[in-house]
Design a binder for this molecule. Structure first.
Ligand SMILES: N[C@@H](CCC(=O)N[C@@H](CS)C(=O)NCC(=O)O)C(=O)O
Length: 95
């Protein structure tokens, strides 16, 4: 640690959630992120064809939500929940 100082605030990776308005799994995913104090960008694809195509291209998936941490694709809500339950989520956010 430079100068013996302790790093108290690490910059977290940007989190993106591709979602639609009516989507229980999207709500679950957003609530899970919020429960960890993680802010995220929500990208609504239900009225934006380009964003839908972007989500499908980047994730290879057609269901919502699709979650990204930095450039890494997490997957949907169940994948995010697994990361959370295993304690891996914090590593994905920090590394
Ligand atoms: N296992 C997925 C399930 C996602 C899912 O079924 N999402 C619904 C909306 S809540 C969906 O995209 N349905 C449209 C479809 O299956 O094509 C997850 O955990 O995210």
């Amino acid at each position: 640690m430079e100068g013996g100082r302790v790093a108290i605030g690490k910059i977290m990776k940007a989190v993106r959630v591709y979602s639609t308005l009516v989507c229980p799994y999207c709500i679950n995913a957003k609530q899970l992120l919020e429960s960890h104090g993680v802010s995220y960008e929500e990208i609504r694809i239900d009225k934006d064809t380009q964003k839908r195509e972007e989500m499908e291209r980047l994730s290879g998936q057609r269901t919502v939500p699709q979650i990204f941490i930095g450039d890494r694709h997490v997957g949907g809500y169940t994948d995010l929940k697994k990361l959370s339950d295993s304690g891996e989520l914090i590593r994905w956010l920090n590394n």
